[in-house]
Design a protein around this ligand. Sequence first.
Ligand code: NAP
Length: 287
Amino acid sequence: MNIAFIGLGIMGSRMAANLQRAGHILTVYNRTSEKSEGLKNEGATVVTSPALAAKQNTVLISMLSTPEVVLETALGPNGFLETMEKGTIWVNCSTVNPSFAKEMGMLAAKKGIRYIDAPVAGTKGPAEKGELVFLIGSEKEPLSEVQPLLDIMGKKTLHLGEIGNGSNMKMLINLLLAQSMLAFSEAMVLGEQMGLEQETLFNVLLNVPVTAPFLALVRPKLEKEDFEANFPLQWIQKDLHLATTTAYEQGVAMPSLNIAKEVFASAKQSGYGQLDFSAIYQYYKKK
Ligand SMILES: NC(=O)c1ccc[n+]([C@@H]2O[C@H](COP(=O)([O-])OP(=O)(O)OC[C@H]3O[C@@H](n4cnc5c(N)ncnc54)[C@H](OP(=O)(O)O)[C@@H]3O)[C@@H](O)[C@H]2O)c1
């Protein structure tokens, strides 16, 4: 299949590489062109604008940072929605808020383009191994057309209903992710302050049912103080902002979510934005 892939960051570069290894023909665009080099060396066509990427491809996959960037890349100057042909499919894997996903779905539909709301669960490692989980909001028929591609990039597809429902679920997963990371970091810092060994704290806290299972995978990063980003802290803060926006739209009060959002915002302001989101532990420790 001829596929346009837009956004070759931590996640997109790995997802695109898996499609390429499986024999698909890629046209790629990334703002920072050097990130396209690896795919180019394996045969991808590198283009200089999103509009060029979309030409003559039947499926376009976007994996961009924020809703603002998705909007600019789709509808700004040289945006891809201008050149996508009627009947083609846009699979948006970027984490965006549900109302934005619905808006993109409507804009795409006006041009006869079929939109799939397709955020993912899973980070750098699963993206590399093709083990992401796709949270899908879409009609059945475009989904069945791209399912073979999702099966290359992921291990599971959850079809959750109409456009917006994939992003609905993504908001919930990431608000739990952020708040679990925050609560664990606070517990660790207090435990260490009280004189308990870090190793003892890990061994006990990671083996009681109150602790989220993913934290066991984060342990080596905290132990080695290796905060190179798998999931940049600035994007979890963005996701918390999107979740609070969604809560506002739904008329639901989310006090602890708002506190968590501000803690990550403070860490970002203190220069932690490009580090892994688990660096929030380090941020607390330094404070
Ligand atoms: N990392 C994770 O664990 C993870 C997991 C699930 C979902 N996500 C979501 O996946 C998306 C991508 O995340 P990532 O971790 O791959 O982030 P990333 O490495 O920071 O990549 C972000 C991508 O967006 C592009 N971009 C940013 N600002 C832009 C602008 N103003 N104009 C054009 N392009 C721009 C970047 O281009 P440049 O290369 O030029 O900067 C890059 O291609 C985000 O929505 C994130 O929330 C991430």
